[in-house]
Design a protein around this ligand. Structure first.
Ligand code: SF4
Length: 365
């Protein structure tokens, strides 16, 4: 079947959808995964986990969450943390503006709400970094407010239950799915319903052709399972192709320190530290010349290999070099960072890990 733009109101199964709530909740009560943020859930812990889980796998988030909560256990400590320390705690999670927005929100919460999160979907939605999903998740899970929280997992589950070929990238279809999810929230525990839907998408109703329908608590209500089309759903318009950029990364090292500078405050990896990051695929001679322009005086470079890093709209194809230099004063806007500073203070984006990860082999760290 072709993707279409029909609103879900036209889907025949929509009226019956609330029938799934009871078996879904029973399944969730038995099968919810034991995750750090589900122990001692507080509005703050739920908020931190929801932000971390955006664009990041549950397994990867566990360690980050525990470390973050140990360092910044409440809204007040998040509001007061210096940016460099915050980014260090976020190092490797990517999308660093998520962390900066959390700190901005924490400052507003400290000023306006005595450091507590408001139990209101509308007030949450006004905070930096809170979109419909995050506000819905925090309001429903932390405060029992009956608002939906529809993430990619939930779009997938609902589109399959309804066997809907509606294009989930369209705003009107997204709105219709939010309404469909809201129709499940009539009972006492909207937070559990939202989490159960997400959990189902995460552990059974898996993407592509991999749904585990045999163990699914709502298989009897699933139109896509009956029609044998679950693997085709949901329908999403093809994303625009990513732009590809060739880059050359140069680790200029001297006396156990590496030369870094801060990226511009807007755009890709805004405000993050990085090693020399040059446009194009440069030859060793060009690398030496660029390093010399910064003040370095090494006579040879060592090729570290190639790597690529995929951002949402661009892919970097990188070649990496290491250059040992005699000490020189860092140019304006650059700094020398030693191993201790890299461990404790400075966050380096994971985009460079393929290169910075080899530094210990060169006796640097
Ligand atoms: Fe997903 Fe299969 Fe359950 Fe339908 S029956 S909701 S496709 S896991």
């Amino acid at each position: 079947m072709q993707p279409h733009e029909s609103l879900l109101a036209e889907e025949p199964q929509l009226q019956d959808l609330p029938r799934i709530t009871r078996p879904l909740l029973a399944w969730y009560a038995e099968n919810a995964r034991d995750l750090p943020w589900r122990r001692n859930p507080s509005p703050y812990r739920i908020w931190v986990s929801e932000v971390m889980l955006q664009q990041t796998r549950v397994e990867a988030v566990k360690g980050y969450f525990t470390r973050f909560i140990e360092s910044l256990p409440d809204v007040g400590s998040l509001a007061a943390v210096p940016e460099e320390r915050l980014l260090k705690l976020w190092e490797g999670l990517g999308y660093y503006n998520r962390a900066r927005n959390m700190r901005r929100a924490a400052r507003i919460l400290t000023e306006r709400y005595s450091g507590a999160l408001p139990a209101s979907y509308a007030q949450l939605l006004e905070l930096p970094g809170f979109g419909e999903y995050t506000a819905g998740a925090v309001a429903s899970i932390a405060f029992g407010v009956p608002v939906p929280a529809v993430d990619g997992n939930v779009y997938r589950v609902l589109s399959r239950l309804l066997a809907s070929y509606a294009d989930t990238s369209l705003p009107a279809v997204k709105r219709a799915y939010r309404q469909a999810a809201a129709s499940l929230l009539g009972g006492e525990n909207p937070g559990d319903v939202n989490q159960a839907l997400m959990e189902l998408g995460a552990v059974l109703c898996l993407p592509n052709a991999a749904p585990v329908c045999g163990g699914c608590p709502v298989a009897g209500y699933c139109a896509a399972r009956q029609a044998g089309c679950a693997g085709d759903l949901p329908v999403k318009a093809a994303k625009r192709a990513r732009r590809t950029e060739e880059r050359t990364i140069v680790l200029i090292v001297s006396e156990g320190r590496v030369l870094l500078h801060r990226r511009p405050g807007k755009g890709l990896l805004a405000g993050m530290l990085e090693p020399a990051n040059l446009e194009g695929t440069l030859e060793p001679g060009q690398v030496l010349q660029s390093a010399a322009d910064l003040g370095a005086n090494g006579s040879s470079v060592h090729f570290l290999g190639n790597a690529r890093h995929i951002f949402s709209h661009v892919e970097w194809r990188m070649g990496g070099y290491l250059l040992r230099s005699r000490p020189f004063p860092p140019p304006d806007g650059w700094l020398w960072a030693d191993a201790a500073a890299l461990r404790r203070e400075h966050a380096l984006p994971s985009a460079f890990r393929a290169f910075t990860g080899v530094l210990p082999q060169y006796g640097f760290l």
